[in-house]
Design a protein around this ligand. Sequence first.
Ligand code: FAD
Length: 528
Amino acid sequence: MNYQYILGGEFLACSFAFVYVLYTLVEKKKPKEIASSSTYLKTNGPKNGICSSLLQEAAGGTDIIIVGAGVAGSALAYTLGKDGRRVHVIERDLSEPDRIVGELLQPGGYLKLLELGLEDCVDGIDAQRVFGYALYKDGKNIKLSYPLENFNVDVSGRSFHNGRFIKKMREKASYLPNVKLEQGTVTSLVEKNGSIVGVNYKNKSGQEFTEKAPLTIVCDGCFSNLRSSLCKPKVEVPSYFVGLVLENCNLPYANHGHVILGDPSPILFYPISSTEIRCFVDVPTGRKLPSIGNGEMTHFLKIVIAPQIPPELYNSFIAAVDKGNIRSMPNRSMPASPYLTPGALMMGDAFNMRHPLTGGGMTVALSDIALLRNLLKPLHNLHDASALCKYLESFYTFRKSTSSTINTLAGLLYTICIASPDPARKEMREACFNYLSLGGVFSDEPIALLAGLNSSSSTLLYHFIAVAAYGVGRLMMPFPSPKRIWIAARLLSVALGIIFPIIKAEGIWQMLFPSTVPALLCTPYARE
Ligand SMILES: Cc1cc2nc3c(=O)[nH]c(=O)nc-3n(C[C@H](O)[C@H](O)[C@H](O)COP(=O)(O)OP(=O)(O)OC[C@H]3O[C@@H](n4cnc5c(N)ncnc54)[C@H](O)[C@@H]3O)c2cc1C
């Protein structure tokens, strides 16, 4: 019966989607970002000769300046330092960060740690292995394991205290003799004739300095002050995460993330050490974030959220609320829309953000770093500005194949997971849960996408269409009534309304047809 739902509904959904895709592609003949990047280079960028001489002037003793030593900056410093580059990292605060972000690294991110030689940074910090997710809805639950059969035994997700992980990566980078890690705050980028030639910064004691280098990489995180000169930021805040730490309890499925499809939106649990479990309660922006200070938050967590918590975690949840260590963070999403700026690049959250429901941020950052390392490898002389510009342009294009899939999945899942009184949206959420419950390829491939083990955008689109089709099929069986046909039509329009804005923001052309984008074809890396 389940397969009949899929087949019947799939035909309808595919026809609908095909017409829509065709229309959108005809409308959008050129990829927007690359078009604007190239325009920028042509109109604002320096001529090659000028660019080279400017950047040579900026030479000094540093090849690369990195702004910020969070997840992206510290991993990047180690990676480029290991390749022999002279790296100067400027980080606002070198003490161990105490944050509620970046605590679950997906297996795809762990593979990138291995590729970069940073895997030992998850050792000795009481990191926990993660083997998949458990999904809860209306009292039912399913276990979705990462498909790790074809990998070495050490490959899995890892969850930890973010600050401990960053501290290990900073230490590892600073052991390299050609990496200088300095505490200081970058106040601005130094620009000369359209090129970035360095940064102005204040050191720990407030003295002002200018540092110059042929390449500056901005990794100053989600609250970036520097990104506005390197991209056109379109930041959205779809929700907030309210974070708590549960103690003295075990997760129903050990070493698994737990997602409760709750009301108003998802609730997450995963281990961050052998004795602590992180809980995130998502509060959509449309709803006022209850105040922590005046007790509204405690009331909200106890009255609205606690009844939805699995019984095994209930007492510890209440104890954590009573303990009062409640913190919140805005969940931002921002598609990558860089201006191709000679001498500068962005990485990590400064550059591109997605909803953290799927824990994809660190995987995207680490995979960008691995890509950049490979791209820059043949370029021994970073002072060759015109070559460097070409490499940077290819970076922005190449990265799409992984980042767009992770970003799109995060946007899709978050939108589907929000509770709604709309019958079509309810049906979509139910269809998603039931589709994943089918097991086999219906859960393995979606969970591989979530894990960062598969970055195929076509696989993602296929499963999204299949979920919508499954939902339509369920409504048509056993007999379609006019009301059910109406809900099915609404479900399809909801599905399209969810996916197209997300894909559009990612760049339809680059995401679906990356091999047709010119920057891909003109770098030595592409030829290799
Ligand atoms: C609530 C929440 C939960 C999340 N959970 C996960 C998860 O489980 N898994 C996952 O993969 N991702 C998660 N993410 C996303 C993840 O945290 C980010 O993708 C990741 O931290 C990005 O790393 P980054 O280096 O860009 O930024 P950060 O790690 O924030 O580092 C930025 C660094 O720059 C420094 N800095 C800032 N300004 C300056 C300046 N002017 N001068 C010098 N230094 C400066 C800061 O001090 C900081 O050290 C989550 C995000 C949120 C909001």
